[in-house]
Structure formats: structure tokens, C-alpha cells
Design a protein around this ligand. Structure first.
Ligand code: PLP
Length: 461
């Protein structure tokens, strides 16, 4: 395959993309396949001889789409969304064509500078203070890992990186019992240890209380442990658990602890000023992450981390060996020094395309619609016999159950076998509940109300 062939097949891929999106509503949302089925269709060993692209493309069409769960299906209400607006898909095509490695300013000047500008655009769009700068990671997990490593090094006066953690005091990180498992994973990888990630129980509003956080920090100090930082949740994955950011940052600050806000999903909604009270006080945070690849419309992967002061993170993660120096340019931004991997994709391009192609107003309207339709759906489900709303909408996420745990679980299986919609479960306050989030880029009010039809149809008998 050469570049002329690429031109031909790119057009073919564009046609396929158009037809795929046009036909999405006719497909079951969740993949109808069993483990091992796809692998069994592939030869066990790689071909020695080149194969014609016709055969490769035909195999793609025959094997892949039917064995995929369709994340861009307008009736995907599971997990959180991973949107891919058409303008963002186009930018990803161009990113693949440029195929640049944006580790240093010098290796990708436009990528670095567009990244700086996009972080500024998004900071302002989310209503954050002008003191924030930031960077783009692959995932919220990596951003949180970066923040936890920074907490660790800051608390240890940067001794951990130099000498390892052996012999140093045990560090403590605090988070609510509603935080995402990426915080657990990051604490493990950072050498903090799961046992030193202190999960503070939440109150009825699903926030840690300042009193409980303060008491835990004081107790740890008394016990000779070393508090390092606090992670706050805004829009937890399970049912949207959200900490009272201002109150808790006040406690963290009083103890001189570093703070990181995980708003991976809910952050996108902050482009709408009316939702910003949900993270009131966020300007006091040291670090904030949100994923434009979830609700905003940027293709996976794209996680923006805002930093009040990048210096501690750069001091934690940055290395500049001889072979990565840019002679005569010691003051330029080399984003690999802000992030865990050295190699970096040009992720800012899709943000640039996305924000310009829809405008902030267009993106705001989608999020407002999703929230309104979710509230409408929740109110309707509450009226169905046997159904109980277990958590009210936090933005566009709510949960419900049907009669008891066993019936709810059985109903979820029937819903997802039916295929018209896709929902997933969580446990909340010791109950099995079904989550609904509305956030797919192309979904309509009719798509959302289809959930009601499915629930009625499957419980009528
Ligand atoms: N934080 C929250 C609240 C999430 O919902 C998720 C993923 O759903 C994550 C973090 C992890 O995101 P990522 O897949 O970008 O690592």
C-alpha cells in the first residue's frame, strides 16, 4: 500500500464511516458476541506475504463492527460517554497523517503551542481562574497519577524520586468513598499503598465532611504518618458523588496539603455557568482533571489537567537528558516534562477543531439538553409501577432499581439483551442499582425517552 492507495482507501473509509453512523440506530448497542468468537475468526499467525487491501477491508467489515459495542450509538446510556464529534474525528485523521511525536516543543512546535492555547480556551470556558495553566494527558488516570506523584514528592521534599520510598515515613492521601478506582490505581502505582489511601465516608449528599477530613488528617499526624494530599470528586462515576469543594479545600489548605479535583466526567458541564455551583471553590485547587473525551465531544483520548502552578509537577516528572535538550532553547515548554510518558500524541488538534466547529454555545446546548432530558426521563421512570429512583439526577446521571436486587439485575440483563438501549449497573448504599447517563453527542429526546419504552415493554409481562 502506498500513498496513492491510501488516498483511495481513505475515501472508502470515509464512506464506510458515513454509512456506519447512518445505520447506528438499527444496531444493538451492546456487542452480541461471546468471548473468543472474534479471535477464532483470525489466523493464528501473521501473514508472510502482503495481502490486498480489498481483502483486509472486507474482513474488517465482516468481523469488526458486529463484534463491537457501539459507543457512538445515540442510545448508549452506559458507563460515561466517550464521544467523537465529526469535527473531532476529522482532526484525528489529520493527527494520524502528521503522525508527530509531540514530546518536545522542537519535535512538534504547532502541537505544543496549540495545546497551550487550547488549555487556555478550556480554562476560560469552564470559568476557571486565569492563574491555571495545564497540559493534555491520555487519560484522567494518568493525570491523577501525576498529581499523586506530585503530592508524594512535595510531602517528601523531593526525596522519593532520588532515594526511593524505603525508610521514609508512610504517606497518606485522602479521598471520599465515592472516588473512581483510578485514584486507587494511582495510589498503588505511586508507592503510597492502598492502605494509605484513606477513604473518608460520605454524608447524605455524597460529600466528605470537612470535620471528618480534618479529624483523619490530625489523627494520622499524631500517629506519625505523613499526610500528602486530598483528592476531591466532582461527579463520581458510580452515582455522581460530589464533594463540597470549597469547604474541603479550606481544610486541605489549613494542613498545607496538595489538592487534586477529579471532574473527569462532570467537568465538561462547567462550560454552562449554571452548573458551576457544583464545584464552587475549585479555583483554590492545585490540580484539576476533566476529560473532553467523555462528554464534550473530543475523541478518546483527551484528558485536560489544569495546574495552579506547574512547577511542582514538572519537578516531579521532568527529566532533561542530553539527547532531549534543545540547544539554545532552555525556556520553551516541553510537555513531556509535565506528564508520565515521554512520547505524546497531538491531542490538541481535535479540541481546536471541536470547539471551532460547534462553538461553545453549540456544545453548551448539547449538555443542557442532556441534563434536561435526563431529568425528564427520571421523573417518568419514578411513575412506573415497581420502579424506585435511588439517586436523583446529578447533571445527567441518575440511578434506579426495580423491586429488589435480584429483579433489578434480571431486568438489566433483559434490557441489554433487547439491544435498543445500553445501561450498566453499580452498587449504591448496598443495593444493586441501574445507572442512566445521558450524554451521547448525537442523541435526541426521542432516544432518551426510548429508555421508558424499553422499561415498560420488559416489565409489562
Ligand atoms: N474519574 C472519573 C470520575 C471517571 O468516571 C473515570 C472514568 O470513567 C476516570 C476518572 C478514569 O478516566 P480515564 O479512563 O480517562 O482514565
Amino acid at each position: 500500500m502506498n500513498h496513492d492507495d491510501l488516498n483511495h482507501w481513505s475515501k472508502r473509509a470515509a464512506d464506510w464511516t458515513r454509512a456506519y453512523y447512518a445505520g447506528l440506530r438499527d444496531r444493538p448497542v451492546r456487542a452480541r458476541t461471546t468471548p473468543g468468537e472474534t479471535a477464532a475468526k483470525l489466523p493464528a499467525t501473521a501473514p508472510d506475504q502482503a495481502e490486498p487491501m480489498e481483502t483486509i477491508f472486507a474482513d474488517f467489515e465482516a468481523i469488526v463492527p458486529d463484534a463491537m459495542t457501539h459507543w457512538q450509538h445515540p442510545r448508549f446510556f452506559a458507563y460515561f460517554p466517550a464521544n467523537a464529534a465529526p469535527a473531532s474525528i476529522l482532526a484525528e485523521q489529520l493527527t494520524a497523517a502528521l503522525a508527530a511525536q509531540a514530546m518536545l516543543w522542537q519535535t512538534a512546535p504547532a502541537a505544543t503551542e496549540i495545546e497551550e492555547v487550547m488549555v487556555g480556551w478550556l480554562r476560560d470556558a469552564l470559568g476557571l481562574g486565569s492563574h491555571f495553566t495545564g497540559t493534555i494527558h491520555d487519560s484522567a488516570t494518568t493525570a491523577t497519577l501525576s498529581a499523586i506523584l506530585t503530592m508524594r514528592e512535595r510531602a517528601l521534599d523531593w526525596r522519593g524520586n532520588e532515594q526511593g520510598l524505603a525508610g521514609l515515613p508512610a504517606l497518606r492521601i485522602y479521598a471520599s468513598d465515592q472516588t473512581h478506582s483510578s485514584i486507587d490505581k494511582s495510589a498503588r502505582i505511586a508507592g503510597i499503598g492502598q492502605a494509605n489511601l484513606v477513604k473518608i465516608p460520605t454524608d447524605a449528599s455524597l460529600s466528605m465532611t470537612p470535620e471528618a477530613l480534618d479529624a483523619a488528617i490530625r489523627q494520622d499526624r499524631q500517629d506519625g504518618l505523613l499526610p500528602a494530599g486530598v483528592i476531591l470528586s466532582v461527579g463520581g462515576t458510580s452515582v455522581g458523588g460530589t464533594d463540597r469543594v470549597a469547604d474541603l479545600i479550606r481544610v486541605a489548605r489549613a494542613h498545607e496539603l496538595y489538592t487534586h479535583v477529579d471532574a473527569a466526567w462532570a467537568g465538561s458541564a462547567m462550560i454552562c455557568p449554571e452548573f458551576r455551583p457544583l464545584w464552587d471553590g475549585v479555583d483554590g485547587a492545585d490540580s484539576i482533571v476533566f476529560n473532553p473525551h467523555k462528554w464534550l465531544g473530543a475523541n478518546f483520548d483527551c484528558a485536560v489537567q489544569f495546574l495552579a502552578d506547574p512547577a511542582p509537577q514538572v519537578r516531579t516528572l521532568g527529566l532533561r537528558p542530553d539527547y532531549l535538550q534543545t540547544p539554545g532553547q532552555s525556556e520553551i515548554t516541553n510537555f513531556n516534562e509535565w506528564t508520565v510518558p515521554l512520547g505524546r500524541r497531538f491531542r490538541a488538534l481535535k479540541l481546536w477543531f471541536l470547539i471551532r466547529a460547534y462553538g461553545l454555545d453549540g456544545l453548551r446546548q448539547r449538555i443542557r439538553d442532556h441534563v434536561a432530558w435526563s431529568e425528564e426521563l427520571c421523573a417518568e421512570i419514578a411513575r412506573l409501577p415497581g420502579f424506585e429512583i435511588t439517586t436523583q439526577p446529578m447533571l445527567s446521571l441518575f440511578s434506579f432499581r426495580y423491586r429488589d436486587d435480584a429483579e433489578t439485575e434480571a431486568l438489566l440483563a433483559r434490557i441489554n439483551d433487547d439491544g435498543r438501549i445500553y445501561l450498566t449497573q453499580t452498587r449504591h448504599r448496598d443495593q444493586f442499582v441501574i445507572r442512566v447517563q445521558v450524554g451521547q453527542f448525537d442523541c435526541t429526546r426521542e432516544d432518551v425517552l426510548c429508555v421508558l419504552d424499553v422499561l415498560r415493554d420488559l416489565t409489562r409481562a
